[in-house]
Write a protein that binds this ligand. Structure first.
Ligand code: NAP
Length: 338
């Protein structure tokens, strides 16, 4: 397999994480260039590569660098569209962190551009599809041994968030993972959504609704109750329980030792997303490298990014309307049919 020469766009928290795995841990890739609108950010990230690495501040410059054969986009969501479109225009494979874009209309532009190019180029960073626990759950569901899924009870809790985090971001930044992962788990699409807010934690900054309960119902009528609570203070706590006709399946959380001390039995709870999904990021990017080098996309596509954003838009609408909102998108284009 020819080594992919990767350009990284966005050198913040996850950008630096991906640089390390793409330039040391994974097979078939090396990072040859980094880009950040703030040169200092890019300059600080470049030494992580361990070899000569070009530093850019302009997207078109890194995308069109002849030595760069594929792109990884880890800038904030609002900056994804221009970078993905530039990569598609250049005919280069691109892995874009979630969300694909911050509006459904922008995602659709990417879908249209990729279809027009005639090449499968775009993968979206919905890494839960690569998590061992979710895959074990999917295997059990697909086996049919538990009968039809009826109801899912999920939590997405984080210790805290900064002052820039908004009520809408509980959907667009946080629940977007469940929006994608749970429809993949169920082999079903979302039909309606609703959001319920009520008592607020005193730990939320002014203007932020926290916690929120999001209710999503699939086309087959499976209901998801999702608690998003981003100032829970006790840990990064992801849970998923599927109630089926013939039993209940619970997501196994990564295990920590159970300790007995001071008349108590206790187990640690994971503190942050980097550690909770660390293995899935490795599996996800290795899968992307293996397939992109053959001109294929096996993971979440631009279409998956688009339908997640249509659902997210409906949930954001539901946050203010207080009503049940419909989720509408057309049939999956043949280009994206698996
Ligand atoms: P971050 O720490 O804020 O990093 C983003 C970086 O991109 C910053 O250095 C930022 O510079 C830079 N930047 C801003 N605009 C840019 C542009 N137009 N072109 C190039 N670089 C630009 O954010 P993060 O936490 O790493 O998140 C980045 C993306 O990854 C987001 O889409 C986020 O949702 C996603 N993410 C995914 C997961 C996951 O589990 N899959 C986890 C975390 C994050 P400044 O800081 O100077 O603005």
């Amino acid at each position: 397999m020819e080594t992919m020469n990767i350009g990284i766009i966005g050198c913040g928290a996850i950008g630096r994480e991906h640089i390390k795995r793409l330039s040391g841990k994974l097979q078939g890739s090396r990072v040859v260039a980094v880009c950040d609108v703030f040169e200092d950010g890019a300059k600080k990230a470049a030494p992580l590569v361990g070899v000569d690495c070009k530093v850019y501040t302009e997207i078109n410059a890194i995308v069109n660098d002849a030595n760069v054969t594929a792109l990884v986009i880890t800038s904030p969501g609002f900056a994804h569209k221009d970078a993905v479109l530039a990569a598609v225009k250049a005919g280069k494979p691109v892995f874009c962190e979630k969300p694909l874009c911050t509006t459904a209309a922008d995602c659709k532009e990417i879908v249209d551009a990729e279809m027009a190019s005639g090449k499968h180029l775009v993968q979206v960073g919905f890494m839960r599809r690569y998590d061992k626990g979710y895959n074990q759950m999917k295997d059990l569901l697909d086996s049919g041994e538990f009968g039809a899924p009826l109801l899912l009870k999920c939590t997405h809790r984080a210790i805290d968030v900064d002052g820039a985090y908004t009520t809408a971001m509980a959907v667009t930044d946080t629940a977007i993972h469940e929006i994608d992962c749970l429809h993949w788990l169920l082999n079903d699409d979302w039909a309606t959504v609703q959001v319920i807010t009520g008592a607020n934690t005193k730990n939320a900054h002014e203007g932020l609704c926290d916690p929120q309960v999001m209710i999503m119902q699939s086309k087959r009528g499976v209901t998801v109750l999702l608690e998003v609570y981003v100032n829970c203070k006790f840990g990064y706590d992801i849970n998923c329980e599927v109630v089926c006709e013939g039993g209940v399946i619970n997501l196994p959380a990564p295990s920590f030792p159970t300790v007995r001390q001071d008349c108590k039995i206790s187990t640690m709870i994971e503190q942050n997303w980097i550690n909770r999904f660390i293995d899935s990021y490795d599996v996800e990017l290795q899968d992307w490298i293996n397939n992109a080098s053959k001109g294929e996309v096996a993971g979440p596509t631009a279409w998956d990014g688009y339908i997640a954003e249509v659902t997210a838009d409906a949930l954001v609408e539901a946050q203010t309307s207080g009503k049940i909102e419909k989720v509408s998108f057309g049939e999956t284009p043949a280009f994206y049919a698996k």
